[in-house]
Each structure stands twice: as structure tokens, then as C-alpha cells.
Design a protein. Structure first.
Length: 113
């Protein structure tokens, strides 16, 4: 069992930046992929970015060039650096660990002037 706790969300103006953190605990040795997903009101949850335990990444086209995913293995933490934020980035952001289906509780990101 893997437990995930997200932090770092908040309200930011368009063009601003935020960094989300996801701290993992429990059976962390089993984790191969960690990813960030988001769900906006009335929309399906979508993949934002994913990183494997070798450091390989996959980033959605909608955020490519603006968002960066990284991990600190010593801290069992994955980060999502979000720059040049747009109102369309407003959503609840969730962390996920695979294999298995462990999800964090989510953190709200609101981009508004």
C-alpha cells in the first residue's frame, strides 16, 4: 500500500507559477511510475505528466514547455513545476503511483486575476 500526500496548490494570477509536491510513504519500493493528473469541473480526469523510476518523463501536449515533472528519490517526493499558468489550468491536481492504483487527496489550483 502506498500513501500519497499532495501540497502546493493555491490561487495564482495568469502567467504566474506554482510548484506542487507529492510525498509518498508506505510500500514505496513497489513504485515504478508516478504521475500528476488534473480534473476541471465538468471534465474528465486527464494525465498532465508522468515520471518513471529511471527519470524518464512524459508530459501532455497542453502543458509541454510550461510544466516540468521531477522526483527526489531521497525524499520519496515528486514535483510538478508549473510556469506560465493559464486560466485553463484551473483544476484539482492529483498524484498517482503505479503499479497499483494509489491516489492522493488532490490539491486545488486556481488561475485567475
Amino acid at each position: 500500500q502506498v500513501q500519497l500526500v499532495e501540497s502546493g496548490g493555491g490561487l495564482v494570477q495568469p502567467g504566474g507559477s506554482l510548484r506542487l509536491s507529492c510525498a509518498a510513504s508506505g510500500s514505496i519500493f513497489s513504485i515504478v511510475f508516478m504521475g500528476w493528473y488534473r480534473q476541471a469541473p465538468g471534465k474528465q480526469r486527464e494525465l498532465v505528466a508522468m515520471i518513471n523510476n529511471s527519470g524518464g518523463t512524459n508530459v501532455a501536449d497542453s502543458v509541454k514547455g510550461r510544466f516540468t515533472i521531477s522526483r527526489d528519490n531521497a525524499k520519496n517526493t515528486v514535483y510538478l513545476q508549473m510556469n506560465s499558468l493559464e486560466p485553463e489550468d484551473t483544476a484539482v491536481y492529483y498524484c498517482r503511483a503505479q503499479p497499483g492504483n494509489s491516489w492522493g487527496q488532490g490539491t486545488q489550483v486556481t488561475v485567475s486575476s
